[in-house]
Every structure is written in C-alpha cells, then in structure tokens.
Design a protein around this ligand. Structure first.
Ligand code: NAD
Length: 297
C-alpha cells in the first residue's frame, strides 16, 4: 500500500506505545482511524490528539482477551467506515516469571492478550479484506522475542513465537487462496513504550491478589527488570516511519534492531547444529540493543 489518504486503519492497543504512535502517524497521513484499547481514559487522550490533527476517528473501548469484544471492534469499524484497509494488532502485555513460579492465570492472560487477540481479529478482518477491491494489509505486532529467546519470560516468548508462526502460516494460506491481503509481522527488541505498565491493564478475570506470587521478591524483581529493559530501549520516535515504509514496500518481517540480527542467524545455525540456548551469548547481544538506532532504509 502506498496511498494512505482516506484509508481506514483499525489499531488494537492504540492508547499507548506502538499503537498510539502508529495512530498519530496514520492521522498525519490522512487515514481514518478506529482506535481500540482497554484503557479508556488514555484512549480518549489519543482520540482527542488525532481528531485535533484533523483525522476522522472512532474510539472503541475493547478488551482484546474477549472474542466478542474484538468482534464488536471490527463490526463498529465497518458500521462507521464501511471498510478496513489496515489492521494493526498491537495490544499486548509482558509478564516476567519463570515457568515454575508464574501462576497459570498469567499464562492465560498473556496468551489471550498477545496471541488469541490476534486470532480473533484475523478471523473477522481477513474475510472483509478478501472482498475489498484493494484487499488490505495486516500487521501483527510480535517481537524479537518471536525470533530469538532469552531468560526470564517463557510465557512472553511462547506468545511471540506463536504470533510469528501464525502470521507466517496465514501468509501461506492467503497466497494459496490468491487473496489480495498482505501480512506483516513487526519484531522489535526493546523500545521505550509503556509496556512495563502491563499490570495496569490486567483484566479482573486474570487477577488473584491472594496468590503469594504477586507479593514475592521474584515478582517485584521481574517487574523492575522489565521496566529497566523498556526504559533503556530504543526511542519510539522512528518506529512509525519504519512501519509505514514497510507497508509501502510490502515487507513481511519488520525489524528495527540490526544489532540483534546476528543472533537470529546464530539461532538458526544452532538449530541445524543441534546446539541449545547460550546464556552468555544472549546477554551480550541484548545489552548491545539498548538505545540502538533503527536500520537506515
Ligand atoms: N516495547 C517493547 O520493547 C516491545 C518489544 C517487542 C514487542 N513489543 C510488543 O508490542 C506490543 C505493544 O506494546 P507496547 O510496547 O506498545 O506497550 P504499551 O503498554 O505501551 O501498549 C500496549 C497497549 O495494549 C493495551 N492493552 C493491554 N491489554 C489489553 C487488552 N486486554 N485489551 C485491549 N488493549 C490492551 C494497553 O492498554 C496499551 O495501550 C505488545 O504486543 C508488546 O509485546 C513491545
């Protein structure tokens, strides 16, 4: 896609971080916006910001862990604008914790917020895009954590590997169906967003304050670790241009942290050599990505 004016973009997770940044860029490019998020006050702030920029926008409070809520976001977008040209699945949370400590409820939360949310949206939006003369573009926001692994966040890695694998598999099926729908998967390493605030977006059904895990040192250390990684990550300023350039060039993988790329190659080589994860190697590479500038296009 190279002409964004008057096209309709539906963005989940649009109240903060990548979703909000993409929404503002889309507004500046003359797109019509459907903004979905669980954080209603912050969603209203972004809605006010994009409408002040002159954008035609709809605000859709949505908990993406609920299939009916995602269905409603898609239906509301269609009722208001009659088409969906770009879908960005950016809603997500990050939950640190080893597999022997993180409660099952947290696994359910992250898998629903980061993966099932994308499934629900794809199930609704792909048939709509298949019928549109110009088809459409779909960006699943996954992570570098869907291409390589590191310690402390197995639930997050499980969700991001699922997102990348699903996006690749859907792309095959769209090619086989000769559908004019273009899939993209965004795989950044650390970027300065509000991701370390995930606890503030935990739906009540995934909350159990009586579980001792949430007052434990390991939980609090995990939160501090996640906050430090996000706050020392790349500036978000260059990400919207990166995303829109990828749409213009129809790039499937959208990568933002070139210093991590050798690790993707090393992982693939390790797989064929039968070698497993190396803690020292990953620690060295991830340290290098903090504050890194994106690749020049
Ligand atoms: N920031 C990073 O370093 C980084 C790196 C790789 C991948 N990601 C991924 O990017 C995506 C966006 O995260 P971000 O970094 O912009 O964080 P963010 O917290 O700034 O934005 C996430 C948005 O999702 C919304 N959200 C959370 N749970 C929701 C729910 N149940 N229903 C609807 N909305 C919900 C939040 O309210 C928030 O607006 C996530 O999937 C995250 O895993 C982030």
């Amino acid at each position: 896609m190279d002409n964004f004016k008057d096209r309709v973009i539906l963005i989940t997770g649009s109240a903060h971080g990548f979703g909000a940044a993409i929404a503002k860029e889309a507004a500046q490019r003359g797109m019509k916006l459907a903004l979905a998020d669980i954080d209603e006050p912050a969603l209203k702030d972004i809605y006010d910001e994009v409408t002040t920029l002159g954008a035609d926008a709809e605000m859709i409070p949505t908990d993406v862990t609920e299939e009916t809520a995602v269905d409603n976001a898609v239906a509301t977008t269609m009722k208001r604008f009659g088409q969906i040209d770009v879908l960005v699945n950016s809603a997500g949370v990050a939950v640190p914790g080893s597999i022997w400590e993180l409660p099952t409820r947290d696994w359910e939360w992250i898998l629903h917020a980061d993966v099932m949310s994308q499934v629900y949206a794809l199930q609704q939006v792909i048939p709509i895009m298949m019928k549109q003369p110009d088809g459409g573009d779909i960006i699943n926001v996954a992570s570098m954590a869907g291409l390589i692994t590191s310690p402390l966040m197995p639930a997050y890695y499980a969700s991001k590997f699922a997102s990348v694998g699903m996006t690749e598999a859907v792309e095959y099926d769209l090619q086989a169906a000769k559908a004019n729908v273009r899939m993209h998967v965004f795989c950044p390493a650390f970027v300065q967003t509000d991701l370390y605030h995930s606890e503030q977006h935990r739906p009540a059904k995934y909350t159990n304050t009586s579980d001792p895990y949430y007052t434990s040192k390991v939980f609090k250390d995990g939160q501090k670790f996640a906050e430090n990684d996000i706050k020392t990550g790349m500036s978000i300023n260059t990400i919207p241009a990166l995303i829109f350039t990828a749409l213009e060039k129809n790039e499937f993988y959208i990568l933002s942290h070139p210093a991590v790329n050798p690790l993707i190659v090393a992982r693939a080589q390790g797989i064929v050599n039968g070698q497993g994860p190396d803690l020292n190697l990953i620690t060295k590479y991830l340290d290098k990505t903090h504050g890194e500038k994106p690749a020049a296009k």
